[in-house]
Design a protein around this ligand. Structure first.
Ligand SMILES: [Zn+2]
Length: 235
């Protein structure tokens, strides 16, 4: 009887193991958050009726569609329509999303109409000013350094893909943006172009060109889902 009971327990454990293994691939599909900047009463930069908030929203929708087709990541959007959403709400959304990565989309404006191109910002590393150098401070410093380092690597990978596949020049720059600073995961803020530049305005309003840009960014993200995020080792 004891033997039969242990055989049954072994059989059940085996079945459970098989079931867990079968469920594993779904669990490993990484979640990425796409945040369309501004929205609602805040249109962001506006030139000739072209609104930054609309561009950002369209871009995140294109990104989501492209990545859903590929199936390698689960895209999650902070907003899907033209509505108000505060930075604190966006930050809380990222924190509650189980995401491995955050991308916030914006468009830039400059007093110099000749300035154009894509900028990708990643959170810069700033060492804590806490003089105690306690273990807690050192740990927080290391976490910030790691997030900045990984974000820069991802920013560079997205930049290469955009330059190669969409043919647009990109600058990768460290910065201190609230959303990137608050997020516990690596993230980048992409400025899709300068709406103060006539060339960029044309590029951003041409459906195919914006799709090309979204295609190039999503292809870099899909590659990272395979190489960087698939096993869950990132967390
Ligand atoms: Zn903006």
């Amino acid at each position: 009887m004891l033997l039969r009971a242990s055989a049954l327990a072994f059989f059940l454990a085996f079945c459970l193991g098989v079931a867990l293994q079968a469920a594993a691939p779904e669990k490993s599909i990484p979640i990425v958050v796409f945040d369309a900047g501004h929205g609602g009463k805040d249109p962001g930069a506006v030139v000739n009726d072209l609104r930054e908030s609309d561009l950002a929203l369209e871009f995140t929708h294109l990104l989501r569609e492209a990545l859903l087709r590929g199936g390698g990541v689960t895209p999650s959007l902070t907003r899907t329509q033209n509505k108000d959403i505060s930075l604190a709400e966006r930050s809380a959304f990222v924190a509650g999303s189980q995401a491995v990565f955050l991308l916030s989309a914006h468009a830039d404006i400059s007093p110099d109409p000749s300035v154009s191109g894509v900028r990708i910002y990643y959170p810069h590393y700033q060492r804590s000013k806490d003089a105690s150098r306690s273990l807690k401070t050192l740990k927080a410093d290391l976490t910030r350094y790691e997030k900045s380092y990984q974000s820069r690597q991802i920013a560079r990978q997205i930049a290469s893909s955009v330059e190669l596949k969409a043919g647009v020049p990109v600058k990768v720059v460290p910065a201190d943006f609230y959303l990137l600073r608050q997020a516990s995961v690596p993230g980048v803020l992409i400025e899709l172009g300068f709406i103060s530049s006539e060339a960029d305005r044309l590029r951003l309003t041409e459906d195919a060109a914006l799709s090309d840009l979204a295609g190039a960014v999503s292809s870099a993200i899909a590659d990272m889902a395979e190489s960087r995020w698939k096993t869950g080792a990132h967390r």
